[in-house]
Design a protein around this ligand. Structure first.
Ligand code: API
Length: 363
């Protein structure tokens, strides 16, 4: 049996200047960092702890005014942002509704996206005022500072952020002006976002690619030599360029988990056949409505998900005859539901977008 006696005599004073004089039996006495209790005599008897408190308690706790929160600082020296992700494809989102030019430069975006020296993200997205009657404009800088035309996961994060900014709840649809034209996302009751991504662009010169068209104006399952390996590729633009491959010479199916993307991805991205560089999707066909892909993104490297890439993949799969128009596309970060709707030729993407945290940047 151990007896521990500790005696500390202090008095507790709160703003209502209350002091407590009493002896009470407490089973446990919780300390907290703002006040101190006690004279306490603690004895342990047969595993039952009784603590008798007998004292007059009083302590002068100076009531300090909290320093101003970084959120209260004058905005001219701080830039507030929100961090979102769409299936692990993550972005810094900036409220840019008050001016028509992005508040930070591509160079600053590169610093921000650095996962060691910055916030860490695949890109920075700006919520800008609308254009020609649209609700908003979206612009995005990749983590290498380049500016793509469109971002599928990013636009889902964009509308979730807008709802935070405008304090909107429930179903909402927006018109967004982007480098890929008009994009119409809708927040669904379950919190997922369905996006009308517009029509795919198949004309080779508009993707753009220098590969010669081999199916109408499009490049479908055409051979591309990448470092001596002949891949079969289909080229699709969703406003941004995509090179989609399902197979190659000597291998009819891909097992995407076995691919060394860090080695082969850059050679596709910078291939001379893609004058604007390209995003590349490596596709494993699980069924005619279920595809598994990994993506090497232009300007960002391998990402956990790529919304425009998933859209381009379903279009390419239909053109190559290996999938239906409505597919589940599994990406490392999670699934997207993609439909290339025959009646309007638009591609629809449905998936999640999540807020991770808010932050502030010294400008
Ligand atoms: N890196 C892409 C832009 C982001 C696309 C991707 N994150 C998506 O969700 O669509 C490009 O340069 O075309």
């Amino acid at each position: 049996m151990a007896t521990i006696t500790a005696t500390i005599t202090v008095s507790l004073t709160t703003p209502t200047r209350r002091s407590l004089t009493n002896s009470v039996n407490l089973r446990y006495l919780l300390f907290n960092s703002h006040s101190k209790f006690a004279t306490l005599q603690r004895s342990f008897k047969s595993h039952k702890t009784r603590i008798a408190v007998s004292s007059s308690l009083s302590i002068d706790v100076p009531v300090k005014t909290a320093p101003p929160s970084f959120l209260d600082r004058i905005d001219t020296t701080f830039l507030h942002f929100a961090k979102y992700h769409g299936l692990g494809n993550d972005f810094v989102l900036i409220d840019n509704r008050d001016i028509i030019e992005p508040k930070i430069s591509p160079e600053k975006a590169v610093q921000l996206c650095d996962r060691n020296f910055g916030v860490g993200a695949d890109g920075v997205i700006f919520v800008l005022p609308g254009f020609n009657g649209t609700d908003y404009t979206m612009r995005i800088f990749n983590s290498d500072g380049s500016e793509p035309e469109m971002c599928g996961n990013g636009v889902r994060c964009f509308v979730k952020f807008v709802c935070q900014l405008e304090n909107l709840h429930g179903r909402h649809s927006f018109t967004i002006h982007t480098g890929a034209g008009l994009i119409v996302p809708e927040i669904l009751e379950d919190g997922n976002v369905r996006v009308d991504m517009g029509e795919p662009i198949l004309k080779a010169s508009d993707v753009p690619t220098k590969l010669p068209p081999n199916k109408d104006h499009a490049v479908v399952k055409s051979e591309l030599d990448v470092d001596g390996i002949m891949w079969n590729v289909t080229c699709v633009s969703m406003g941004n360029p995509h090179c989609v491959t399902f197979s190659g010479k000597g291998f009819e199916n891909l097992f995407v988990d076995e691919l060394k993307l860090a080695e082969i991805g850059p050679n596709f991205e910078h291939h001379e056949m893609f004058p604007a560089r390209t995003n590349t999707e490596f596709v494993q066909v699980l069924s005619d409505s279920h595809l598994k892909i990994r993506v090497w993104e232009r300007g960002a490297g391998e990402t956990l998900a790529c919304g425009t890439g998933a859209c381009a993949t379903v279009v390419a799969a239909v053109l190559e005859g290996c999938a239906e128009r409505n597919c589940t596309v599994d990406l490392p970060g999670g699934p997207l539901q993609i439909e290339w709707r025959e009646k309007d030729n638009h591609v629809y993407m449905t998936g999640s977008a999540e807020l991770v945290y808010y932050g502030s940047l010294p400008l």
